[in-house]
Structure formats: C-alpha cells, structure tokens
Design a protein around this ligand. Structure first.
Ligand SMILES: NC(=O)c1ccc[n+]([C@@H]2O[C@H](COP(=O)([O-])OP(=O)(O)OC[C@H]3O[C@@H](n4cnc5c(N)ncnc54)[C@H](O)[C@@H]3O)[C@@H](O)[C@H]2O)c1
Ligand SMILES: [Zn+2]
Ligand SMILES: [Zn+2]
Length: 402
C-alpha cells in the first residue's frame, strides 16, 4: 500500500510499504478516506523527536472498515469510523477511569500510545491507504449515517476538536466566563470553538499569524497579535485589569517570540500573568521531558524557568497532558450530527496522499492560508463525489498558489 514515510528531518516521502493487516483477533482494518496533518506531526517532521526513520505518520484518521478480527463484536465491515489518536485498551486502571490518553497496556513502561508517533508505541500511522486499529471494539467511534456528508467535520474528532475541548475542561471553563487562548493553530481554534459552545462570555486568542487570527474573529473571538505589542497588557485591559477567568495553552515547547526565536517558558509565564487570581490554566500544547534539539540549556532537559511565586500568590491551578479523546468524542460527534458544532470551518486544504510532502512543507512554514490539511488517501472517488465546488476551488488554488 502507499503511505507517507518519515525519512529524516524535513524529509517525508510517499512510498510503497507492506500492507497494514489484522495482527490480533481484536483488530480491525480501516480503509482511510480522510487523515489530517497535525501540529504534533511537525515536532517529528522537524527532527525534534527520536522518531525512527521508515515509520508511517498520521494519527488523525477516519475511514471505512474493510476487515474485522475474529474477536470483534461491535464493529462490522462497512462501518464508517473515526479513530481517536490514542490507542487504548479499555481495561487498564487509567482507561477504566476514562483517561485513555494514559493507557497502561498499549505502550508498556509508559502511559499512553498513539498511531504514527514518536515514543508512543509501535503503531503505524494512517497517512496511508489502510490502518490497523487495535482493540477495535473499544477504540472505533462508529459514525452516524451522515458520516460521508460531514466527513471533514467528523475527522476532527480524532484529535483536535477533543483536544481543544480538553484544554477548556482542564482550565475549568464555565458558561459566562472569559477565556484567553495562547496559540491560534488548529488546536487553539478548536479551543475557541469549544469555549464558544460552552457559553464563554469572552474568548480572546493570541498568535502572530493574521490569517489564523482572522479565522478566529469569524467565530466572534477577540484576536491579539502579539507581534504588535504585549499580549498580557491587552488581555488585562480587556478584563478590567483582573485577567481572564481561564487560560488555555495551545502552543507547546516550541513557542517563540515574534521574531521566531524559541522561548520555551513564554506562553506559560504569560498565562500566569493573563489569568486572574484563582483562575484555571489548561495546557494541551506539548512539552517534552527531553528536548536535545533545543538551543536552550534547560529546555534540553525538559525544564523551563517558571514564575512559580506569582502562580502561587495568585492561587491558580494548572492541569496538563494528552487529550483523552474517548472521554469526549461521542458527545462532540452528537454536536456535529445535530449541527451545533462545525469544526471543518478551519480546513484550508484537501489533498491527495501524493501531495503530502508539499503540504508538510507549507504547514510547517505556517505559510499564509495553510491552517489545516486533510489528506484523502482513497482520494479520487471522494473528490469527485463529495467535494463541493467551493472546496474544489480552494484545493485548486492551493495547488497552484505555491
Ligand atoms: N495534548 C494533546 O492531546 C495534543 C493534541 C494535538 C496537538 N497537541 C499540541 O498542541 C500544540 C498546537 O497544535 P497545532 O496543531 O495547533 O499546532 P500549530 O503549530 O499549527 O499552532 C501553534 C500556533 O502557536 C503560535 N505561537 C507560537 N508561539 C506563540 C506565542 N509565544 N504566543 C502565542 N502563539 C504562539 C504559532 O504561531 C502557531 O500558529 C502543539 O504542541 C501540538 O503538538 C496536543
Ligand atoms: Zn493531532
Ligand atoms: Zn488502557
């Protein structure tokens, strides 16, 4: 089968690899029709992880089941399914508690596994024609009968919509509260979408990319361009000097100053200053225990200089970690089905698998207009059948503009 293979830093290629297949009776095999490129893929793409060469990337996957293992009860051939990026067992201590991002079975010796991911188990990714899904009865989210019609919305249930939602959960967002979000990439935009759905009174979002900020403004968020002045000062002005009730970190360890120089503690310390005393901070942006590729001495060891004194005096709370996708995906799916959520609003490009290496380049450069890319490995039929004329135009523009 064809798949996108990691070949070393900033080098990904579409190659023929051995077909994905059922390996255990609890597996199913899914023909992938939609698979996204994620900001997390970029940590690997940029060579900032110990990702092994030759592995297939892709953890945001949706498709149709083509084969089921002997021990699979619930999932049938022909079902349309969206797969959480977490590979979880369903029966360990953490899975039982709904914390499937920290499964103790699927990546022994640590907590949490994912498809096509450095340090998260041997599972192959879904930027490929087919994907093997372990513990399929537990992991597959079976989609409703509008699965194909709303495919671009449902594919966001694999990661970024639940992750944005998780940021607001970790921060403790309640109706009527004000929320500040650092990072206006796909995850930050989904945190803004989630905060709006939860009834936040004010959603403020910080980044330096005008195209991304303009998207956030379209759903009613207040955009702050931190390259044009202190974000903290503007947030305090917008919240009567108090700070926002809740803060979400949607950037991670590669956060940088407006000139692009990495300052690994920037967003965490800005959040402490931007959130009110006793407020909550949810951190879904990834921070690593080791980052040998960083130029910062402390960051190489996974450490940052954190304003703990101010944090303590303000009596704030911080919660962190991978999103437990299964804790939310069923409900967020119902919101999409009912027309109350539409996460596809951030999609900028729909491309074939062969176009993935180019797409990685543009998304990694955060080129203007490259907000979120969906790849369609089972592409040809899909584009002619389901892509709207408008989307076709976007795709065409995308291919010829760069
Ligand atoms: N916890 C989870 O389960 C989970 C899941 C998916 C993604 N993630 C992580 O979330 C983070 C964001 O993902 P994404 O796909 O949106 O990535 P992205 O890289 O496309 O977006 C990050 C955005 O942050 C902005 N940014 C950089 N420095 C900043 C600063 N100092 N202040 C404000 N904004 C700044 C960038 O300009 C960019 O637009 C990544 O670290 C990703 O790995 C976590
Ligand atoms: Zn992702
Ligand atoms: Zn488990």
């Amino acid at each position: 089968m064809k798949a996108l293979v990691y070949n070393g830093p900033r080098d990904v290629r579409v190659k023929n690899v051995p077909d994905a297949k059922i390996e255990r009776p609890t597996d199913v095999l899914v023909k992938i029709t939609s698979t996204n490129i994620c900001g997390s893929d970029l940590h690997m793409y940029e060579g900032r992880t110990d990702m092994e060469e030759g592995r297939v990337l892709g953890h945001e996957n949706l498709g149709q089941v083509v084969e089921v293992g002997e021990a699979v009860d619930r999932i049938k051939v022909g079902d349309w399914v969206c797969l959480p990026f977490n590979v979880a067992c369903g029966f360990c201590k953490n899975c039982e508690a709904g914390l499937t991002g920290f499964c103790l079975t699927t990546n022994p010796g640590t907590a949490g596994a994912a498809y096509g991911f450095a340090g998260m188990g041997p599972y192959s990714g879904g930027q490929a024609e087919y994907l093997r899904v372990p513990y399929a009865d537990f992991n597959c989210l079976k989609l409703p009968d509008d699965a194909q019609e709303k495919e671009n919305d449902y594919v966001m249930l694999s990661d970024i919509f639940p992750t944005g939602w998780h940021a607001t959960e970790l921060a403790g967002v309640k109706p009527g509260e004000s929320v500040v979000i650092y990072g206006c990439g796909p995850v930050g935009l989904m945190a803004a979408h989630s905060a709006m759905i939860k009834g936040a009174s004010k959603v403020i979002i910080v980044d330096s990319h005008p195209d991304r900020l303009a998207l956030a403004e379209k759903i009613g968020a207040i955009a702050i361009d931190y390259s044009k002045g202190s974000a903290v000062e503007q947030i305090l002005e917008l919240t009567d000097g108090e700070g926002a009730d809740r803060g979400c970190e949607c950037v991670g360890y590669q956060c940088h100053d407006p000139a692009g120089h990495e300052v690994p503690n920037a967003t965490m310390n800005d959040l402490v200053k931007s959130v009110r005393a006793t407020g909550g901070i949810g951190v879904v942006g990834v921070f690593l225990p080791l980052d040998p590729g960083s130029s910062d001495k402390l960051a190489k060891k996974g450490e940052i200089v954190f304003d703990f004194g101010l944090f303590w005096v303000k009596g704030q709370r911080i919660a962190t970690g991978q999103a437990n996708v299964k804790a939310y995906n069923r409900y967020l799916c119902d919101l999409i089905h009912a027309g109350r959520a539409k996460p596809s609003w951030i999609v900028s490009h729909e491309l074939a698998l062969d176009e993935a290496p180019e797409a990685y380049k543009h998304f990694d450069a955060r080129d203007n207009g490259w907000t979120k890319v969906i790849l369609h490995p089972a592409g040809a039929q899909k584009s002619s059948k389901r892509q709207s004329t408008q989307k076709k135009a976007v795709r065409k523009k995308a291919l010829h503009a760069h």
